[in-house]
Design a binder for this molecule. Structure first.
Ligand code: ADP
Ligand code: MG
Length: 669
């Protein structure tokens, strides 16, 4: 998400309670607070008795004609009383508000509730204030336990009052006029305190348009920084590349071939490559990175492959060492806090290494390359301005390629990754057995224990995935540590081990190695195995609390058990009774197509939510909806280009610079 320049909340001297709210809702700046938009609005109007309709929400003010009587059952209660409204006697029922007993005959009360017919009303809430204070559009914010709507509203008002000088107009007036937009300050006010529905609609339109415009201007800025740049053409011997491909032991799929062709063309051209390769889990992206890095090596350059985790970096390193065994290429691996870090950095600097595989450590300040020609970021959905700049500082001739396993439909991708070329691998290598997925509506393996033991008896290995590392009060999910303790005996004599991000890298290494060598049969793990990990003999996966994961993430996870020649079996366990959750998970049981799944995921959760995790492939729009706001997207895209092409215009220039300032060290998308 693009965060705009704003005030640090520390400068606001908030009360301890408010600071706690900010912490829990993740607010660091005034912008975070002011852009914490409501997720819904209710329109409260007084409804006359004659207009009551069964099943509809109503609000009215009435007078009690009986005292409330309460029935309690455990912690719960039901309270009933009669009121007089528009000369009608109505029976009101309200749940779990036993204190409403304090009301008495002749008292006035405002009821908001549902009309059940026959003069019966189920109240959702009641108020003792004047009904006219309640009339209007009422926003609702998503919140966490213990933080009331009112507290959120008060915090937002406070920030709004104290930051008004920040709420100035940044958009060039030309576009405000062209799209008939209201000004920024009015929009921010009305999105939180809608005066009427017309202003609310206009506020939404204004803020949505702005979100998209900011995004596309930022993209244009980035594009100017990268893809236009000219580099030296890379010259390599295609015959050697063909020979390498022949040595692989399998035939490339047509999509792989096309991808390789497209990316080799990029390397050979005089424009800096900026390409996204997207392909389903298991579609064979690693070999494409090998071919590219080989070509880059043949052209006389160093190259590197960046992986999101150390486990994956080491695994890639092993595949590279194996696949390049006879070619005399010097391959190294680099991650933070490794034993011979200094030595590896020295070798990179001296050009003693040709291909370096590693984590983010590859881009730390103290790594200098002798002659960097190509960087490939694997399973990296976020590659921000900061990283791009870091990259630019490492070499003038550096081509760049991003690999993603959360594929999205091409048209969507090209409108969102506006500044990248895109290659897509749609088909999996043939002979893949795929994966059967079953939903178990119980967060336990008792019902599948026989199958689990059978799988182990056949010599196969199993991943068990949990959403938490340790038991926690705030997060209601099974934890790997607890599962390990409870399954250890259950699954003996097979060796069960634990893997999670808090282990030291030596511990992680050893466990992954033992799992790879089948010294461990059951690996109980958090999502650290989510990306890339490749153990062909592991064919079963059991995911506890499957509802806690996104669809794309689960699809990624089950990709771990589709690496070899056996059919994978995946069990998704959940205690959830929520129908929408069940429906969402069932998508995975019926579909093994990553494109469809990510689309489904996007539709169900919106990109914002998906973007919260590494899995995300799309930029966050807080209000904007990439499926519904095509009109805004198109307009913003066009306007952004015009703004960037017209920097002689004073206002356009000012806004452009403002955006430059904003994205200076921030990650977008
Ligand atoms: P991903 O796209 O998820 O990164 P990988 O590159 O890890 O997938 O490939 C998964 C497995 O498929 C690897 O074991 C790889 O050697 C194998 N593979 C890749 N391409 C082919 C192919 N064309 N035919 C058969 N197997 C292939
Ligand atoms: Mg991969």
């Amino acid at each position: 998400m693009l965060k705009l320049i704003c005030m640090d909340l520390k400068d606001l001297k908030l009360t301890a309670k408010r600071q706690e709210i900010c912490k829990r809702l993740g607010f660091n700046s005034s912008y975070d607070v002011l852009s914490y938009y409501p997720y819904k609005y209710d329109n409260y109007e007084i409804v006359r008795y004659k207009d009551f309709k069964i099943g509809e929400t109503i609000m009215f003010e009435a007078e009690l004609i009986t005292s409330p009587s309460t029935f309690r059952y455990g912690k719960r209660s039901t309270t009933r009383f009669k009121v007089l409204y528009d000369d009608e006697q109505l029976l009101v029922t309200i749940f779990n508000r036993p204190w409403i007993r304090n009301l008495d005959i002749n008292d006035k009360v405002v009821i908001i509730g549902k009309y059940d017919g026959n003069n019966k009303v189920t109240a959702l809430n009641y108020y003792t204030k004047d009904v006219n204070e309640l009339v209007g559009i009422v926003p609702t914010y998503s919140t966490s336990e213990g933080i009331s709507q009112n507290e959120i509203k008060k915090l937002i008002s406070l920030v709004y009052e104290n930051c008004s000088e920040e709420l100035v107009e940044h958009l060039p007036s030309e576009y405000i006029k062209a799209h008939n937009l209201i000004d920024y300050k009015t929009a921010i006010f009305n999105i939180h305190n809608p005066i009427n529905s017309d202003l609310l609609r206009k506020s939404l339109a204004r803020l949505k348009y702005e979100e998209f415009l900011n995004f596309y201007v930022a993209l244009n800025i980035l594009k100017g920084n990268t893809t236009n740049s000219i580099k030296n053409k890379k010259v390599f011997d295609q015959d050697k590349i063909d020979a390498f491909i022949d040595s692989l032991g399998f035939k490339l799929t047509t999509d792989q071939e096309t991808c390789i062709k497209e990316s080799l063309n990029d390397l050979a051209s005089d424009k800096i490559m900026y390409r996204l390769i997207q392909g389903e889990v298991g579609s064979g992206k690693t070999v494409i990175s090998e071919v590219m890095l080989y070509a880059n090596y043949l052209a006389g350059y160093q190259g590197c492959l960046m992986a999101p985790t150390e486990i994956l970096a080491k695994q890639h390193y092993e595949s590279f060492v194996r696949d390049f065994a006879c070619l005399g290429i010097k391959i190294g691996v680099l991650y933070s806090a490794m034993d011979n870090e200094k030595e590896v950095k020295r070798q990179i600097e001296n050009g003693e290494l040709d291909i370096i595989i590693g984590t983010h450590a590859l881009f730390s300040n103290d790594v200098s390359y002798s002659n960097l020609g190509l960087v490939i970021a694997d399973e990296q959905h976020r590659f921000g301005v900061k990283q791009r700049n870091a990259l630019k500082n490492k070499g003038d001739n550096t081509d760049f390629c991003l690999m993603s396993a959360t594929p999205i439909p091409r048209t969507l991708a090209s409108s969102l990754y506006g500044d990248m070329d895109i290659s897509t691998i749609e088909t999996l290598p043939s002979g893949r057995k795929g994966c059967k997925t079953y939903l178990i509506k119980k967060n336990s393996i008792v019902d599948i224990l026989d199958v689990v033991k059978d799988t182990l008896k056949q010599g196969r290995q199993i991943y068990i995935i949990a959403a938490a590392i340790e038991k926690s009060e705030n997060y209601n999910a099974k934890d790997v540590t607890g599962l390990y303790n409870s399954l250890l005996n259950e699954l003996s004599p097979y060796k069960v081990s634990l893997l999670h991000g808090k282990l030291s890298s030596q511990e992680k290494d050893l466990i992954m190695k033992d799992f790879n060598d089948n010294k461990i049969q059951v690996l109980i793990s958090t999502t650290v195995v989510e990306v890339g990990v490749n153990v062909k003999n592991a064919t079963m996966m059991i995911v506890y609390d499957a509802d806690k994961f996104g669809l794309s993430q689960l699809h990624q996870l089950r990709g771990r058990i589709q690496r070899g020649n056996y059919e994978g079996v995946c069990f998704l366990l959940t205690n959830s009774k929520d129908e929408s959750v069940i429906k969402r998970l069932e998508v995975l049981c019926n579909c093994n197509d990553g494109f469809k799944i990510s689309l489904e995921d996007l539709k169900l959760r919106g990109p914002g939510d998906i973007l919260g995790t590494r899995q995300s492939g799309l930029p966050t729009f807080i209000l904007g909806n990439i499926f519904e706001d095509g009109k805004f997207i198109e307009a913003a895209k066009k306007d952004a280009k015009q703004i960037c092409d017209n920097l002689d215009d004073e206002e356009a220039n000012k806004y452009y610079n403002y955006m430059m300032e904003n994205i200076k060290d921030k990650v977008i998308s």
